[in-house]
Design a protein around this ligand. Structure first.
Ligand code: ADP
Length: 290
């Protein structure tokens, strides 16, 4: 299994939304990390053939995915960000409906839908209407429907949006449990979602693939740029305005700032170990400062 994106470029009028993005993925879990507007959804839609790129190719196992879109679609599972559930359907009815849309044989569909509902922990509520499901339950149903054709490539666009911390943990465990021998790509702007679950992280910044690697290797790229400094109250505003701040801790004698800066930000600043959260702020500083 090999998914290759070669020089993907997408423009809307004069705006370049994706700029010459290339990468290749073998089985594993990949986190596409980027702030809002960085192009994640656009990239996923292009991979899935929902929209067309202006330039570049998507290849699966060395064949252009556009040449035989039905063949590629049959190995693809997709949970779009704006996924619409039918609130008056039960979970089971919804799954059967999706199975029918995908042309799955009726007898097999029932067995497969039950199996998947069990896998995502919705077996007990399969006959309840979706409008009674929690956000986490709906997301799990969304994942189940994306898995209906036992895809080799599973694409999940912001799958953890709206989940509470407990549901997030459950979601991560779910992904790990079925990711073996699949290419799973999930997008998020939440660092902790990819930190624990993804084998590799791809950083998309303003339509460009900024970096790619295992979390520790990415974090190492900002070694020496993260500092902690005790700042007196009268200097605080100046420091906050001048630097990317990843944390502030107020103490009786002042405020301890965690600062991301290539230069030593103050005389008393001490270098500290960077984290993925620091890296995110380093790349997406404009969002961080907002
Ligand atoms: P993300 O998923 O990372 O939040 P998107 O792929 O949704 O980013 O959007 C990337 C950029 O492309 C944004 O600036 C967005 O406004 C723009 N964009 C997305 N879809 C369209 C469209 N249909 N027409 C014009 N601009 C678009």
């Amino acid at each position: 299994m090999l998914l290759e994106l070669n020089n993907i470029t997408k423009n809307y009028d004069d705006t370049v939304v994706l700029n010459d993005v290339s990468f290749s993925l073998e089985p594993g879990v990949y986190g596409l990390l980027g702030s809002n507007g960085s192009g994640k959804t656009t990239l996923f839609r292009i991979i899935c053939g929902v929209i067309k790129q202006n330039a570049g190719t998507v290849n699966y196992n060395h064949d252009d995915a556009r040449t035989n879109p039905d063949a590629f679609r049959s190995v693809l599972g997709f949970l779009p960000q704006d996924f619409s559930y039918y609130p008056d359907f039960t979970g089971m009815k919804f799954m059967l409906y999706i199975a029918a849309l995908k042309g799955i044989n009726k007898n097999f569909a029932k067995k497969r839908c039950l199996e998947l509902l069990k896998l995502v922990g919705l077996e007990d509520v399969k006959n309840k209407k979706i409008k009674k499901y929690s956000g986490g339950m709906k997301q799990r149903l969304g994942i189940a429907q994306a898995m209906i054709n036992d895809p080799e490539v599973l694409i999940l666009d912001e799958p953890t949006v709206g989940l509470d911390p407990k549901e997030r943990v459950r979601f991560r465990n779910l992904i790990s449990s079925f990711s073996e021998n699949k290419i799973v790509i999930l997008s998020t702007h939440i660092v902790s979602d990819v930190e624990y679950i993804a084998d590799e992280i791809l950083v998309l910044n303003q339509g460009k693939l900024e970096n790619r690697g295992v979390s520790s290797a990415l974090v190492n790229t900002i070694n020496g740029y993260v500092w902690e400094s005790m700042v007196e109250t009268d200097k605080l505003d100046e420091m906050l305005a001048k630097h990317i701040i990843s944390n502030q801790k107020h103490e009786a004698t002042g405020t301890i700032l965690r600062i991301i800066s290539k230069e030593k930000p103050s005389n008393n600043a001490q270098q500290v170990q960077p984290t993925l959260e620091d890296l995110y702020l380093y790349y997406f500083r404009e969002d961080a400062e907002r």
